[in-house]
Design a protein around this ligand. Structure first.
Ligand SMILES: [Zn+2]
Length: 191
């Protein structure tokens, strides 16, 4: 089944299958010479929480972009350790535990049937959700379904929910398509 096309107008990439994996991806092209920091400042952090978090009225809170980046790297380390079957470092474990311990957004069903999420500090609360998602992922069987995108410079992680477990790209709309085009091009060149 083809993956649904992602809207191209959104600032941050989503669709990795878990919020913590989408968050890890804000260091785009991680580990390559083309790495891009997508959370350089508070404005970027607000924008990420607005786009990817559940709260409607996102405003600046206590979390700084640096704190968010540190949490992101700790989440990345936890996931890498879990995938390798290793114990997490005390540093990353503590960082993610502390973020997860903070209040998360609270759901509220409106009279019109719409779900509304509230938090006193929406940014910090959304980071708490991300941390909780990471703790859940690294201790669940789903961790064996976390893959590295096969795109040559993508470096994104994603959750493979395909039945045979053979998904190769973070998204067919971007990396999958590019790989297809590259194959076609090299075929054409060989003809
Ligand atoms: Zn990719």
């Amino acid at each position: 089944m083809p993956a649904p096309a992602e809207p191209v107008s959104l600032r941050f990439r989503q669709g990795a299958g878990r919020s913590c994996l989408d968050f890890v991806r804000t260091l785009r092209h991680r580990g390559t010479p083309d790495a891009v920091e997508e959370l350089p400042d508070g404005e970027a952090l607000l924008a990420w929480v607005t786009q990817c978090g559940p709260c409607a009225d996102v405003r600046p809170g206590k979390s700084t972009a640096q704190e968010a980046r540190e949490l992101r790297e700790a989440v990345h380390e936890l996931i890498a350790a879990a995938r390798a079957g290793e114990k997490p470092s005390a540093h990353s474990r503590t960082a993610v535990n502390e973020a997860a311990a903070r209040p998360a957004p609270v759901p509220h069903l409106n009279p019109d049937g719409a779900l509304h999420w509230h938090a006193d500090d929406p940014v910090r609360a959304t980071l708490s959700l991300v941390a909780r998602d990471a703790l859940d992922l690294v201790t669940s069987p789903a961790i064996t379904r976390v893959r590295n995108c096969a795109g040559s410079t993508c470096a994104a992680l994603f959750l493979d929910t395909s039945r045979p477990g053979t998904r190769r790209w973070c998204s067919m709309g971007t990396c999958g398509n590019r790989a297809k085009k590259e194959t076609l091009r090299s075929k054409a060149a060989a003809d």
